[in-house]
Design a protein around this ligand. Sequence first.
Ligand SMILES: [Zn+2]
Length: 215
Amino acid sequence: VSVAPAPVPPQVSALDLLDAMDGVCYLADTAGTILAAGRQNWPLHAERHESGWLRVENVVGRVLFDVISGDEVAAAYRAMHERVAGGLVPEISFSHRCDSPTIERHMRMSISAVRSQGRIAAILYQSQILEEIRRPPMFIFSPDALVRSGQQVREHDILHLCSYCHDVAWPIGQHAADGEWIRPGEYYARGGAEPAHVSHGICPRCRASIVDAAE
Ligand SMILES: [Zn+2]
């Protein structure tokens, strides 16, 4: 009885795989430094950010949590990263929104441990588009409205937008955990003004269902 020889694995690099993967994909080390990024969907990701630095060639070597908008959101990603990097869970995944002014975009993020030779060698981030729906423009999703780090803006001029589900805190300047969070369409329906400044945060519902659920 002859046994078929085991197939020889193709010589592909991590970057080759990242380039072939669907969505915005990148590999970080266990401390959070971005090691490599797939080149397929980064123009999509960069579209939301006015500064050119969030292009694939500019994120490699940066610490992931430094490039995430909103301190609260960055802290939540750091906590999830540490759980996966520490081997407490093999993977964390959740659905999230990544709208542009004219596109309602539903996505799914997964954060998974990449194991090599018995240890966690890297953390893989993959964010895939599930659905895109065109709609009339909503300025709250304009990159120009996003408060940049170091920018001095009065708290009561800021509209708080949940980074995960895109609910907004009502009204502008409100950010209480027990306050009211509403859909963007409802914000405009109530006569909410086009805000000059938008900040990314986490609504109570997503804190419970995504951030706390990951702990
Ligand atoms: Zn939310």
